[in-house]
Write a protein that binds this ligand. Structure first.
Ligand code: TYD
Length: 135
């Protein structure tokens, strides 16, 4: 089962700032069909609480910081994203909980598919059934 991993984005440093680049093939292991970003997040907000059947994503803390807790079918991992030069690859079948958003944080997501509600697993009970008995 594919696991999440951190990906160093290509960065171009300039005297007046930095360009972070996520390109299909080198940094992003899928064709990008959708880009969305979470912003205007209120203090203490929590997002996610779902998994996807097919969707692959790369998540980037384009600004600020937040926590991404991931639960897979046979693994669990916790990430603190706080570097706009790093992306988090999230494979299919990863239950995600996003929390601890810093002020003015922006969570940028590159996604392999367009939005399809049927790709979501929104009940942790249903997701847990797929995980089977945990030892
Ligand atoms: P959801 O993916 O559950 O949000 P989050 O993971 O950020 O908590 O989506 C929230 C709502 O926004 C839901 O009603 C579906 C809608 N939505 C779209 O219409 N298109 C999209 O690309 C996304 C990500 C969400």
């Amino acid at each position: 089962m594919t696991r999440p991993r951190l990906i160093d984005l290509k960065t171009v440093h300039h005297q007046t700032g930095i360009i972070s680049i996520a390109e299909k093939g080198s940094e992003v292991p899928f064709e990008i069909n959708r880009v969305y970003f979470l912003h205007g997040l209120s203090k203490g907000s929590e997002r996610g609480s779902h998994a996807h059947r097919s969707l692959e994503q790369v998540m980037i803390a384009a600004s600020g910081a937040f926590r991404v807790k991931l639960i897979g079918l046979d693994w669990e991992e916790d990430f603190q994203l706080n570097d706009p030069c790093v992306g988090l690859y999230i494979p299919p079948f990863a239950w995600r909980e996003l929390s601890e958003f810093s002020r003015n944080s922006v969570c940028l997501v590159l996604a392999s598919r367009v939005y399809e509600e049927s790709d979501y697993i929104r009940s942790f009970e249903d997701f847990n059934v797929l995980r089977g008995p945990q030892s």
